[in-house]
Structures are given as structure tokens and as C-alpha cells.
Design a binder for this molecule. Structure first.
Ligand code: ADP
Ligand code: MG
Length: 698
């Protein structure tokens, strides 16, 4: 029944099938049953005219048409119907399709009107209401929970408004085949999680009798969606672990010990220790490591990366670290040198601006296993870069790299190297479980000791003088300051104007030679950028004016103030990243958010959140609620958009249960061979088949 092509479903036919496919992506009867109502209305309750107000989501009235008239000029023509109920009169208005409507309406017939009230010229009216004859059929279908379905103009034109869709679904559910729809979740899992059967759930989500039904059906369907995403991810993970062997890093040797005993500049935080232990277990396990390391900005991920790479060297392998920007790669290279002092192995830096001659030497030395650690940018992925035995790949700031680029690095050996992915963009647990459910994850949830929490302040642009005064005070104390301007693709030109103008104004306020200003943006050549950055890093300039190119990773501990211009134009995760550029030294640091005076509700919430908390995970939760899972980076390819009812921003609890259930089930029956689990295997296969169909169509 579920696979039945939609045109063969009773009441559909070829013409309606076309629009259902193109407008809603409904190709089969199963797809139709998954077109869930977005709300329910109570069709047993009738309002009185005195109850009416525009805050009600809808009103339902019973009565007769007293008069109807097409009024207005050319483009403003409309049908106005005077509707009379036992408690008073109200106008119904149609702006479209009014000729047809005017012909359809019968005087003296009892009608039921359903719609949302509008106020026009101080008078209540109902635009484009649903109008049903109050006949036997209506009474038969009358329900306190009538489903409302999303539709479209094209669908309505084919008679498939909410009501039309409801009728067809009602028909399907009434057929004898419906009861035979196969269960997809094993009984034990259903019992443990108090889930109703699939048949029950489908019936109740479309035609509930009560709120209890709505909730029970919702739980079952959301659980199922999330459960199968988790089953797929976990199976991917198991399969990879089974089919791909990893290099075994069995010993801790001179490189690691020498660093740990003689050069480690500070005690590791407990979180760093814990994560290193997790990594060491992976590296020694004989399986290939695929680990995601999440840690807020400034939590000390670089050190963890370095120490993991030393383990590779101790076991005779090479290691590489890939960073998203040249500046960052250089910084890593510099801090590695700083950390290691005079190591007795060779390290190299390879970026887009490495000279050809030097590049050739590096290529050669990589092949000879003379270079043990390579740090670089995208240049690392080029095919010409070949290692003798690459054992570990570290990718910093993961969100800047695409999946394909990651895969390419993994293929640098016949035997895949271990992979450690580091990201400073915390993502909510629910998303992490869903995007990276096939990776193992480690979290550094603690900052190095002695850090003072960054103070975040929100000012309006009108208070700029005060902000400038504050900046001067800080510079007097010997600190450095970032001033960041937004750069958003569509209005690039204007953004540069803003940046340039801001820079000119700053020059007036912070006059040379007393003050020196660096400026960095995307239009500068790499050398120019480099030059300006270096001046700031070396303390020759006190102010750094920049676009978001500095967002990622840059480490200047003496910089203690981050001013963000037009902060309302940045997303929360970006604001948090930017703020993470300060607060890296022992001094009290500040982040100043400058915005216009008038702010929308979302912008205000973003500013308030930034002022309230420094916790990246908390911020990511707010971000998820504001933007919805579909708009968070990386979601598009993740299959999250397959979720119809489950919402990762709201259904974290159900996700936990579903993940646990999926884990338990696969722990007991990894290959899904038990009789009881055949339903899971079948459903996975049919999902797979539908995917392929979709991609063929797409
Ligand atoms: P991120 O996780 O953002 O990449 P970094 O690795 O750049 O953070 O570390 C931020 C700063 O904290 C660096 O200056 C680093 O040297 C320092 N740091 C790292 N670990 C510790 C520690 N255990 N104790 C004190 N400072 C540390
Ligand atoms: Mg970093």
C-alpha cells in the first residue's frame, strides 16, 4: 500500500498526481500519509459574533448568506458577502476566484464558515474563509480535532485544499489494506519507550480524538524518524570500524616524552587530559580513528593536536595539520616551534605562498619521510603532495572544510590515516549526534585556569564617543584592540565602503603617530595581509581594523578589546567566534557590540545572549532555536531535512531515547539478523530505495 504510486490512490488520478508531485514531493501513498497536519481545528464548537477578535487563530460560525455583491474597481474588485448568524452579522470577502464563488453560493442554505478574522476600516471581516454546507456529510465528519494541511494555490486549483487532502487521506485510512501496513519498530523497543504502533500513529496523527492521541502519535512518529537516522549512522560507524583497519600506535616514545617532561609550558587541564586519553585509546585500538574534537575558542585544542601528532612520530609515522587560512597555518607553525623548542625531527609549513623551489624540496622530503610534521592550508590536499607514511591527519576548524576535501586527505595513503577533526563552533548536542553521529566525539569543556571571563557590553552607535574613550584607556594600559566590520556577500561593495569609512573616522580619532592602525580585509593580497597582521601581532600597531577574515583562530594574547560594528548583522556563532579572539591573556578582556538603535526581536535576543553568557554550547542552543536546524551550517547534506515531524531544536529528549534504543539494538544484533529486528532492516531498505528514486528524479 505504501509503495502505491500516488496517481492510483482513490480520488487522485493523473492530473492531481502531477501537482502533488511537483508541489509537495508526494510520489506514493506512503508519502501522502507522511504529509502530516500542521494543526487541528475544533469543528464542533461554534463562535458567537460577540466572541470574535483578531487574536483568535480561527473562528467558526453557523448561519446564512443575506446578500452578496461584487464591489470595487478593476484591480481592487472583490466579492463581499454579508453572513448572518443568530448572534449577529459579519462580512466575508474574496479577492480571488470571486466569480466562481459568487455562482456557488446559495441563498437560504445553512453554511458553516471557518476562517481568521481581520480588521479592515475598523470593521471585522473574514477574508477567504472555508465555506461548507451544513449537511449530513459535514455532521458526519465533524471533529474536535479536524486536521489542517498545508496546500498551495496550484493544489487548491485542483481541489486539493486542506479539506481536499483530508478527504483523500481519510479514504486511504478507511481501506482494508491500511491495517496491514508493516510495523517498523521492534515490539521490545516500542514497549520500552511507550510507543504506539505505526498504524495507530498514522491514524491518530491525521484523525485524533483528543490531545492524548495527538501527543502519542507525535511521539511515535518523531521517535521513528530519529531512530532510523541513528541506526543508519551507527551502522556506518560499525561498518567502517570493521572493514577499515587502522595503524596501531602502540608506544609512547621520545618525541612525546621529551615534550611532556621538558617543554610542556603549563599543566594540562583535566579536559585536555581526558581527551588525550580518548585519542590514545583510539590510536592504539587497531581501528581507524575518526574523532571530532569540540572545544570552545581558547580551550587549548592546538596542544592536544600537537601531542597526538607526537604520538604518530613516536610510532614511525608522519602527521599533518590542515588549517583553513594561511594566517592560521602560520600561527600553528610558529606555536609548534615555540612549544617544541629544538625538536630532533623536521617540521615544515606548506601554503599557497610557499615558493616553488621550497615547495619542491618539501615534496621530496615528505616522500623520503624526512619531514615528520607538515602544517598547511588547502595546499596540503593537492595531489602532488605525497607522504611516505601518513599516520595522522588533524583538521582544524572543521566547518571551513567540505566533506569532499576531508575525504581527499583521507585518501593520501593506501591505508587510511587516523583523522582528528577539531572545531571551535560548538553545536548543540542534538545536532552533533545527528551530523557527526558516525564520528566519535570528544569535548574539551573547560578553559585553562586563570582566564578572566570576557565582559560583553552592548552599546548603540550613538554612544560611539564613550566607546572610543574606553578604547583609548585600554591602549594607555598597553592593550591592543580589534575593530571588526561585517562582510556579507550580497552587498560587498557597501561593506568595503563602511570599512573604509570606519577606518577614515578612526584615523581622525586615533591620530598617528601616537596611534598606529592595521587594516586587513579580503581585497588585500596575501603579502599585504601578512604584513598588516604581523605588525599587530608584534605590537607595532594598537588597533586592528578588519573584516571577518580574522574570525578564525588568530591568537594575540595582548589584544583585550573586541569591538564589533553593526553587530546585529552577525549570526550568534560568528559573534562568539569573534569574541574568542580576546580573553587569551591574563588581563580583563572586553567585547563591545555596537548596533543601531532600532533592533528586531531576533537581533535583540542575540545581543542579550552574548551579554549574558560566554558558554559556546549555550549560545549554540539559542542559535538553533532562532534559526532552526535547516539553516545551521552543514545541515543541508546531513539528512536532517528528511525529518518531517521531529525538530532537533525541540525534541532533544526524544533524540536521546532514540539514540539509546538504536545503540542497544545494534549492540545486541549488529547485523540485524534476529527475527524481531527484521522490520528494522526492511524499513532501512525501503528508505534506501526511496532515496535512490528521489535522486533519480532530482
Ligand atoms: P583553541 O582551542 O581555540 O584552538 P588554543 O589552542 O589556541 O585554543 O589555545 C588558546 C591559548 O591557551 C593558547 O595561548 C595556548 O597556549 C593556551 N593554553 C592551552 N592549553 C593551556 C593550559 N593547559 N594552560 C594554560 N594555557 C593553555
Ligand atoms: Mg584553534
Amino acid at each position: 500500500m505504501l509503495d502505491l504510486p500516488i496517481e492510483y490512490v482513490k480520488g487522485v488520478g493523473p492530473q492531481r498526481a502531477e501537482v502533488l508531485k511537483s508541489e509537495l514531493g508526494i510520489f506514493t501513498c506512503g508519502d501522502l500519509l507522511q504529509h502530516y497536519p500542521f494543526r487541528y481545528v475544533d469543528r464542533t464548537h461554534f463562535n458567537t459574533i460577540s466572541e470574535i477578535n483578531e487574536d483568535l487563530p480561527y473562528v467558526q460560525l453557523k448561519g446564512q448568506v443575506k446578500s452578496l455583491e461584487i464591489v470595487g474597481q478593476k484591480n481592487a474588485k472583490r466579492l463581499v458577502v454579508l453572513f448572518s448568524t443568530s448572534s449577529g452579522m459579519i462580512e466575508l470577502v474574496w479577492f480571488k476566484g470571486y466569480h466562481w464563488m459568487a455562482q456557488k453560493i446559495k441563498m437560504g442554505t445553512e453554511y458553516v464558515v471557518l476562517g481568521k478574522v481581520n480588521v479592515f476600516n475598523g470593521k471585522y471581516s473574514i477574508p477567504h474563509p472555508d465555506l461548507d454546507e451544513l449537511n449530513e456529510e459535514f455532521v458526519k465528519n465533524q471533529s474536535a480535532f479536524q486536521p489542517v494541511y498545508s496546500s498551495s494555490e496550484k493544489l487548491k486549483y485542483k481541489g486539493l485544499d486542506s479539506e481536499g487532502i483530508r478527504k483523500i487521506i481519510r479514504g486511504v485510512i478507511g481501506q482494508s489494506g491500511f491495517e496491514q501496513i508493516a510495523e517498523t519498530i521492534p515490539l521490545s523497543v516500542r514497549k520500552a519507550n511507550q510507543l504506539i504502533s505505526t498504524v495507530d500513529a498514522i491514524r491518530k496523527i491525521h484523525f485524533p480524538q483528543s490531545n492524548v492521541d495527538v501527543n502519542a502519535a507525535g511521539l511515535r512518529i518523531k521517535f521513528e524518524e530519529l531512530f532510523f537516522v541513528q541506526i543508519r549512522l551507527l551502522r556506518l560507524h560499525h561498518n567502517r570500524a570493521k572493514t577499515i583497519n587502522g595503524y596501531v600506535f602502540s608506544k609512547v616514545g621520545a618525541a612525546f616524552n621529551d615534550f611532556y617532561n621538558h617543554h610542556l609550558p603549563y599543566t594540562l587541564t583535566n579536559a585536555q587530559k581526558k581527551v588525550l586519553k580518548e585519542i590514545r585509546v583510539d590510536l592504539g585500538s587497531g581501528k581507524q580513528m575518526n574523532r571530532l574534537l569540540q572545544g570552545d575558542v581558547g580551550s587549548g585544542k592546538t596542544l592536544v593536536a600537537l601531542m597526538s601528532m607526537l604520538l604518530a612520530i613516536d610510532n614511525g609515522y608522519q602527521a599533518c595539520l590542515m588549517a583553513p587560512t594561511e594566517i592560521l597555518a602560520q600561527q600553528h607553525f610558529a606555536s609548534f616551534k615555540d612549544f617544541l623548542k629544538e625538536p630532533d625531527f623536521e617540521m615544515a609549513l606548506l601554503t599557497g605562498s610557499t615558493k616553488t623551489k621550497e615547495r619542491r624540496i618539501i615534496h621530496q622530503k615528505l616522500l623520503n619521510n624526512e619531514i615528520k610534521i607538515l602544517i598547511g592550508t588547502h595546499a596540503l590536499i593537492e595531489d602532488i603532495v605525497q607522504f611516505q607514511n601518513l599516520g595522522l591527519v588533524v583538521i582544524d576548524e572543521q566547518h571551513r572544510f567540505g566533506v569532499e576535501q576531508r575525504a581527499k586527505l583521507g585518501r593520501k595513503n593506501t591505508y587510511p590515516p587516523h583523522v582528528l577533526i577539531m572545531t571551535a563552533t560548538p553545536i548543540p548536542r542534538t545536532l552533533a549526534m545527528t551530523f557527526y553521529g558516525d564520528l566519535d566525539t570528544s569535548v574539551i569543556d573547560e578553559l585553562p585556569p586563570g582566564r578572566k571571563a570576557i565582559k560583553t557590553l552592548h552599546y548603540f552607535e550613538t554612544q560611539r564617543l564613550r566607546v572610543n574613550g574606553f578604547i583609548k584607556e585600554q591602549i594607555k594600559l598597553g592593550r591592543q584592540v580589534y575593530i571588526v566590520y561585517p562582510l556579507i556577500q550580497e552587498s560587498e561593495k557597501m561593506d568595503y565602503q563602511n570599512l573604509q569609512q570606519g577606518y577614515d573616522n578612526l584615523l581622525k580619532e586615533f591620530e598617528p603617530p601616537q596611534y598606529q592602525i592595521s587594516i586587513v580585509h579580503g581585497k588585500l593580497s596575501n603579502e599585504q595581509k601578512e604584513f598588516e597582521m604581523k605588525r599587530f601581532v608584534n605590537g607595532e600597531t594598537q588597533l586592528m581594523v578588519a573584516t571577518t577574515v580574522i574570525e578564525v583562530g588568530v591568537n594575540v594574547p595582548n589584544a583585550s578589546v573586541m569591538v564589533i560594528e553593526s553587530a546585529e548583522r552577525f549570526g550568534l556563532s560568528q559573534l562568539h567566534q569573534l569574541r574568542g579572539r580576546v580573553g587569551r591573556g591574563a588581563e580583563q578582556s572586553y567585547c563591545i557590540l555596537l548596533t543601531g538603535y532600532k533592533l528586531g526581536a531576533d537581533s535583540r535576543l542575540r545581543m542579550e545572549t552574548m551579554v549574558r553568557t560566554n558558554d559556546g554550547f549555550e549560545i549554540s542552543e539559542v542559535d538553533l532555536k532562532l534559526r532552526g536546524p535547516g539553516n545551521i551550517e552543514g545541515t543541508q547534506q546531513s539528512g536532517v531535512t528528511d525529518l518531517k515531524l521531529a525538530n532537533l531544536a525541540k525534541d532533544g529528549d526524544i533524540l536521546q531515547l532514540a539514540r539509546k534504543a538504536a545503540q542497544d539494538l545494534l549492540n545486541e544484533d549488529e547485523e540485524l539478523i534476529m527475527e524481531e529486528n527484521q522490520c528494522v532492516l526492511k524499513h532501512l531498505e525501503s528508505q534506501q530505495k526511496n532515496r535512490t528514486n528521489w535522486s533519480k528524479i532530482g
